[in-house]
Design a protein around this ligand. Structure first.
Ligand SMILES: [Zn+2]
Length: 153
């Protein structure tokens, strides 16, 4: 029993954000997308936790940080079912799900090797043309990048 309490104390956060239901293999990608590798408050993460809904899942807890919707919607590209739980004073103050944004800027490489964005210093920009079976249309060459050949910067 005392072990259990200790464990809870370590993992509870007073204020901050819990990102739940991340596919286990996407946890490190989410950490990179949210730049948590250089964050200076406590960050806890776990992979391969049991999940009733998805088999296994990953989870990230970030202390003293609340994210903007546009930061969170980026992670929908790799964690489409992620839920975002904000904690204030040890209590859940809000709970929401991520949404794939209409535009994706600066995080995905264009699939077309001849695209200008792969040769010059231009910010990569896509319009999301299909959310379910993710397809991104490049603003510059108009080629479609799909989930299966999506590469993150
Ligand atoms: Zn392109």
């Amino acid at each position: 029993m005392s072990e259990k309490i200790k464990e809870l104390k370590v993992s509870a956060i007073e204020n901050g954000t819990v990102i739940d239901h991340i596919p286990s293999n996407a946890v490190f990608q989410v950490i990179r997308m949210l730049k948590l590798d250089s964050f200076d408050s406590m960050v806890l993460f776990a992979t391969n936790l049991e999940s009733k809904k998805y088999g296994t899942k990953g989870l990230i807890k970030v202390s003293n940080k609340f994210f903007l919707p546009e930061e969170l919607n980026k992670i929908a590209l790799v964690a489409p079912h992620a839920s975002i739980i904000e904690i204030r004073d040890f209590r859940v103050s809000s709970k929401k799900v991520v949404e794939i944004p209409a535009q994706v800027t600066g995080i995905v490489k264009c699939f077309n090797p001849n695209c200008v964005t792969n040769h010059e210093q231009v910010t990569r920009r896509f319009t999301v043309v299909e959310k379910e079976d993710l397809r991104l249309k490049c603003h510059f060459c108009e080629k479609i990048t799909r989930r299966s050949n999506m590469e993150f910067i």
